[in-house]
Design a protein around this ligand. Sequence first.
Ligand SMILES: [Zn+2]
Length: 246
Amino acid sequence: MILRKFWVRHRDQLIEKAYKVMNQFDSLTPEVTSSPPLGNKIMVIAPHCDDETLGCGGTIYKHHQAGCTIEVIFVTESEDSYLASTRRKESENAAHILGIKRCHFLQQRELTLRPTVENVSRVKNIIKDFRPEVLYLPHPFENQSDHKHTYQIVVSALGDYAHEIKCLCYEVWSTLMPNTLIDISEAIEVKKRATQCYQSQLSSNNYLEKIIGLNRYRTIVTTPEILYAEGFYKGSLKTLKRFFRI
Ligand SMILES: [Zn+2]
């Protein structure tokens, strides 16, 4: 009980600090675009099988329509081997719909993921081989440990990546303060179909309705022609590294 009270006070103090920073700006309206960042090779890092679709499925499909080569790294899986195998199959079906060429499965046990030297090295090797120009990853303020640790693993893996890369953090469990909105109105039906592949997850929580609701909400700051948008924090590698110290 005492611990809970301490945690609540600490959380509220942190939110207060964040509000004070936000209050320094008159407007934090994000940039709105209909085109994803330019690049031929696109990499998405998903802590779990479904995050790539929920977080940036519409944008992935737009990259596919533009002729890009897209690969995804799925970091964790369930310790229940039947569920793990089911989710891998679901992600391959969703990948097919979104136009993802290759899925890498690191098969780390979910909820125990840590940014170990080995995990960083595995991600680093895949990135080095593929050499992506655009990379999507979870954002650092996610309220879920596998998402947070995936962020740390990826940013550490990019440490000495000399190739120029554009990094965009996507939102799933916690909303972010986006500086970029990508219009996915024309891709929304494809995103819905890809999300429906994840029946093992949808049976316990209607992620489809919730994530489509979020994508609809994101257009609250756009012109009315845009019906759905995915929100991102786009930042340089230097900026993403700084978030470690917050
Ligand atoms: Zn997840």
